[in-house]
Design a protein around this ligand. Structure first.
Ligand SMILES: NC(=O)c1ccc[n+]([C@@H]2O[C@H](COP(=O)([O-])OP(=O)(O)OC[C@H]3O[C@@H](n4cnc5c(N)ncnc54)[C@H](OP(=O)(O)O)[C@@H]3O)[C@@H](O)[C@H]2O)c1
Length: 317
């Protein structure tokens, strides 16, 4: 049995998880609305969606941190389609550095996109869904929204906030049986977000294992439209890490520094401080997948680099 094409807004649609979501929705013949800041990569994705059989494609370049722009975006969608079936909110950015290392505008920029952006999208999507008395909002959170890690201060705060927002929205929308908010929490995903990040820590990050493809997270996000679930952890390993954080805080805090450095940073090559794509889009860096390769090979490279550094410090002393 074929189902009717749905109208799905995807934020962060020009790269990574959002891009994979838009393409899979297009495969299913849905009407896709593509949202991100950079217009030209959105046009590339729009063509990919048309080629894959989307019911229709609408490109609405929007900064999710700008409340008025988000309001205008949803008004355009309703005007064009008369209905909104679902929103998959995937726009996000990262900055590396300790709390005191990251300049205020970059720190605030991460909170603005990740947390305030999620609030803005919810603020303008939910009234439409509630008026229809049906529809789904899927918020992409993160394992980092459940734990603390070194060097990702604003990202940690923003993703704890997204998790809190999802919980708040569950409470607020209990009255309408067919209006759903689902929270999806990935671990490491092979996307360019790490290479696109602002960094003040001397090194870029990399996705830690076990690595999921953006396609897997997209499949889960789209499944949550029809089969909503309040909370989904993408990997079982997320539960192990979350349990370690909550049940053994002393051990967790002692181990997370070295483990993070080896498993979630690229310590082989120092990099100069950069604002990355936090303050504005870096369109050349947007793509479906990241380019950092196998995470286990990355770990071995890191261990070798750290051992060499320790060795050269030893011989200098
Ligand atoms: N990759 C991972 O390992 C991982 C793990 C856990 C959670 N997540 C979460 O998954 C989501 C998607 O991340 P990803 O890995 O797919 O990242 P990505 O490949 O870098 O894609 C991010 C997307 O967000 C858009 N964007 C950034 N700032 C925006 C803004 N202010 N307004 C509108 N669009 C904006 C980007 O386009 P423009 O720059 O052109 O706007 C791009 O389309 C994020 O919420 C991230 O926190 C990712």
């Amino acid at each position: 049995m074929t189902r009717a094409a749905r109208v799905i807004v995807v934020t962060g649609a020009s790269s990574g998880i959002g891009r994979a979501t838009a393409l899979q929705a297009a495969d299913a013949g849905d009407h896709v609305v593509l949202v991100a800041r950079g217009a030209s990569t959105l046009e590339v994705v729009a063509q990919e969606c048309r080629d894959r059989g989307a019911g229709s494609v609408m490109v609405v370049p929007t900064d999710v941190g700008d409340d008025a722009a988000v309001a205008a975006c949803f008004a355009q969608v309703v005007e064009r389609h008369g209905v909104l079936d679902a929103v998959v909110h995937s726009a996000g950015v990262v900055a590396y550095g300790r709390t005191e290392q990251i300049p205020a505008d970059v720190f605030d920029g991460v909170l603005r996109t990740n947390l305030i952006g999620s609030v803005n999208v919810s603020r303008h999507a939910l009234p439409v869904l509630r008026q229809q008395r049906a529809g789904s909002l899927v918020l992409i959170g993160s394992l980092i929204g459940h734990i603390a890690v070194p060097s990702m201060s604003p990202y940690v705060l923003s993703k704890w906030g997204v998790r809190a927002l999802a919980r708040q929205l569950h409470v607020e929308n209990r009255d309408l049986r067919h209006v759903h908010v689902s929270y999806v929490s990935p671990g490491g995903v092979d996307t360019p977000i790490y290479e696109q990040a602002a960094t003040y820590d001397g090194f870029v990050g990399r996705p830690p294992p076990p690595l999921a493809g953006p396609e897997k997270v997209a499949r889960i996000a789209l499944k949550r439209i029809d089969r909503p679930r309040a909370r989904t952890q993408v990997n079982r390993s997320n539960d192990v890490v979350r349990m370690g954080f909550s049940a053994f805080p002393g051990v967790f805090d002692r181990l997370i520094g070295p483990l993070f450095r080896v498993g979630a940073m690229e310590v082989t090559t120092p990099v100069a401080p950069t604002t990355g794509n936090v303050l504005s889009s870096v369109e050349a860096g947007n793509s479906l997948h990241g380019q950092q390769g196998n995470p286990y090979v990355g770990i071995v490279r890191n261990l070798v680099a750290l051992a060499r550094r320790r060795g050269s410090r030893g011989s200098a002393a």
